[in-house]
Design a protein around this ligand. Structure first.
Ligand code: TMP
Length: 199
């Protein structure tokens, strides 16, 4: 049976590296949000671009969800139906953590909009890479920062606490991995959380 596995976490936790390692080990389709389709990558460039710093939280949410709807229908659902595993770098958890806990939009409304956008497609497992905000900032490579990396620590602390609450509320689906170790240590912990085929 194909599996849909999502990696979630805040800024600088090493999610993209770990998603690539996990997808390689599983022979899974590797994809990301916002992005994963040419439409989604255009949306990604728009929402991460700091020239849109006045983007309203509701507009930001709808852009994330537009990218998700396209991603589900164009990439994720077809891959799962073909029997492939899918590893996705961020999904619905990021909308609840960033737009809900971070921006302050109402969680129940967000969950409803998200469910509509993903139309029944939901992860079998979500692995949360948890790391202190300061440690994430120190890991970030030098270079220009996007709209989210530019947020204050208080925003990123709300996002981190939000992710941990989401994980606590759905322990059957979510696993929390300490992301403070080396790439190899974290990869081992992710593989242990995911189970068969992940090593
Ligand atoms: P990343 O690829 O470096 O994780 O950047 C994507 C950014 O988009 C990240 O800061 C989190 C943000 N994001 C949201 O705010 N809501 C969402 O639903 C998703 C998928 C991402």
């Amino acid at each position: 049976m194909s599996r849909f596995i999502v990696l979630e976490g805040g800024e600088g936790v090493g999610k993209s590296t770990q998603a690539a390692l996990l997808a390689g080990a599983l022979g899974a389709v590797l994809t990301r949000e916002p992005g994963g389709t040419s439409t989604g990558e255009d949306v990604r460039n728009l929402v991460l671009d700091r020239s849109h710093r006045h983007l309203h939280a509701r507009a930001e949410t709808l852009l994330m969800l537009a990218a998700r709807a396209q991603h589900v229908e164009e990439v994720i659902r077809p891959a799962l139906e073909e029997g492939r595993d899918v590893v996705c770098d961020r999904f619905s958890g990021s909308t609840l953590a960033y737009q809900g806990y971070g921006r302050g939009l109402e969680l129940g409304e967000l969950a409803g909009l998200d469910a509509w956008a993903r139309a029944g497609c939901e992860p079998d497992m979500v692995v949360l890479l948890d790391l202190a905000v300061g440690a994430g900032r120190r890991r970030r490579p030098a270079g220009p920062r996007d709209r989210f990396e530019h947020e204050e620590d208080s925003f990123l602390e709300r996002v981190r606490a939000g992710f941990l609450e989401l994980a606590r509320n759905d322990p059957a689906r979510w696993r929390v991995v300490d992301a403070s170790g080396s790439v190899e240590e974290v990869a081992d912990a992710v593989a242990a959380a995911v189970g068969p085929g992940a090593r």
